[in-house]
Design a protein around this ligand. Structure first.
Ligand SMILES: [Fe+2]
Ligand SMILES: [Fe+2]
Length: 497
């Protein structure tokens, strides 16, 4: 799936600057004519050494002097924007890249609907916009910090390379948000840019802003589930911000989405290859019942019920990132034209103002789950969450195809929206993956079977042995079908120094 499918094309001709090459001669590669804005250039060149210090201190542990086969953006045109080559991560060319400006773009929704998109920050929405950019920006370095220990246990050089690709691109996403802050928000923006390097994932005194970004990503299965579910939350948020009336934010997010597609690919195929290795080992050993957990684990692969529990955990934790299903704040940012719905400009069937529209929101009413018609403006988070759940299903269907093909009787399913939630309508409610409301006692008795337990996590950790030979893969994961940039199976994706 390509991010292009998910981002609406606003109507209008694409202006000549789509052809502006990215300048790699400058300290900071960019397609925003940085050289002609000396003040901005100085501010960003001042931030850059601090960013590099952060990368050294908080980025991947080890492998910083290794040559990694990475892609670097060389254009913003969806076709052929990347070049591949060996790079030492600290010398990666992090740059500022915006999707082409669409001439005549108008704001597609809210009370400013039909007005020309803003090229500068409108004063009345300044605080709201800054907050949204900071929250988005904060997730980017956070995930690098969460994943920093994984290189040492990579199940192959191919996977190690994919991890580092995701990491350098999350670093670039931080650059993208910092560009907006520094260029458009003056002194406040420069302070926020600094603070983005100071908060730290999991730190008690100065943690990252959103909950899920303060948990460690302790193992590779967690990494794949994280990139499948949590990077997809990133995709949904970026897609909604790509609809922003603030045009520089829209253009920034549109290019970020092309990178995000790769992160979800890493997650989806990572889980899929784990499933393939499990199914192949089961078939070979003649284990037919996926619930024969001990027999499966003895084969050095991850049992399918454990993968389902990991799915339940990551799906539910990520759903909390969408915030309260019913939210007046979401109504405000939509009304203001700052953040749209998923695919807003292409949505048919309503007026994009939503003054009188309703949307069904599932809630707990009188001890039962019920879909209640709610003013659509206040239900925007709920709607984006529903769109997210639909978006997840495609990958899960492909996982199930792999299981089916192996002739094993097992199906992965998404847990009910209310399962294991801390935030919003279901926060603190006890709801089973099948969607039954439970008593506290029932929950205590059963939830151990729905979420990864201590034994599960210890078993996963026991599998996390490095496999760093070219073309070699750990027992629990199948090789990919195609190499990166069509490289052969024994390609040395990381030259470990
Ligand atoms: Fe990102
Ligand atoms: Fe990402």
């Amino acid at each position: 799936m390509s991010a292009e499918d998910t981002v609406s094309d606003a109507a209008g001709a694409i202006s000549a600057d789509r052809f502006v090459e990215i300048s790699y001669d400058e300290v900071i590669p960019n397609n925003v004519a940085l050289g002609s804005d000396k003040q901005l250039q100085r501010a960003l060149e001042g931030w850059r050494p601090k960013y590099l210090d952060w990368w050294t201190d908080m980025g991947p542990v080890g492998f910083q002097q290794s040559e990694v086969y990475l892609r670097t953006a060389v254009g913003v045109d969806p076709a052929g924007w990347a070049k591949f080559g060996y790079v030492k991560m600290p010398t990666y060319r992090w740059g500022i890249l915006l999707a082409p400006k669409v001439e005549g773009r108008t704001i597609p929704y809210g009370r400013h609907k039909g007005e020309p998109a803003w090229q500068e920050v409108p004063g009345e929405h300044r605080a709201l916009l800054r907050r949204l950019i900071v929250v988005q920006g904060d997730t980017e370095p956070a995930s690098v910090e969460q994943q920093r220990l994984l290189g040492a246990t990579a199940p192959s050089l191919y996977d190690m390379r994919n991890l580092f690709q995701v990491n350098v691109e999350e670093g670039r996403h931080l650059w993208a948000m910092v560009y907006l802050l520094v260029k458009y928000f003056g002194k406040d923006g420069r302070e926020e840019a600094q603070a983005l390097l100071e908060r730290q994932s999991g730190q008690i005194n100065n943690p990252r802003i959103l909950g899920a970004f303060n948990d460690q990503t302790p193992d590779w299965l967690s990494f794949f589930m994280f990139t499948f579910f949590t990077d997809r939350d990133g995709k949904m948020q970026l897609a909604a911000l790509a609809e922003s009336g603030f045009d520089p934010l829209s253009r920034t997010c549109r290019f970020m989405l092309t990178e995000e597609a790769h992160h979800m690919f890493v997650g989806e195929t990572g889980v899929q290859r784990t499933i393939e290795a499990t199914c192949a080992a089961m078939v070979k050993a003649g284990v037919k019942d996926p619930n024969e957990v001990e027999a499966v684990r003895k084969l050095g692969v991850v049992d399918l019920p454990l993968l389902q529990r990991k799915l339940n955990f990551h799906a539910s934790v990520t759903r909390d990132l969408f915030g309260s299903e019913i939210s007046s704040n979401a109504a405000e940012v939509f009304g203001a034209g700052i953040k749209g719905r998923f695919n807003e400009a292409n949505l048919k069937g309503d007026d994009h103002v939503l003054q009188d529209a309703t949307y069904p929101v599932t809630r707990v009413v009188d001890g039962k789950l019920a879909a209640e018609d709610t003013p659509a403006l206040r239900a925007l988070n709920s709607r984006l969450l529903d769109d997210f759940i639909v978006d997840c299903q495609g990958g899960i269907d492909r996982w199930n195809k792999s299981v089916e093909k192996a002739g094993i009787n097992f199906r992965f399913v998404q847990p009910h929206k209310g399962f294991n939630r801390r935030i919003g309508e279901f926060g603190g409610k006890r709801i089973s993956p099948a969607g039954e409301l439970l008593s506290e006692d029932d929950w205590s008795a059963k939830s151990g079977g729905w979420l990864p337990n201590k034994d599960d996590m210890a078993f996963i950790v026991s599998l996390m042995k490095p496999c760093h030979g070219a073309g070699k893969y750990a027992s629990w994961i199948a090789p990919p079908r195609v190499g990166v940039n069509s490289q052969p199976g024994d390609f040395e994706y990381v030259k470990i120094a």
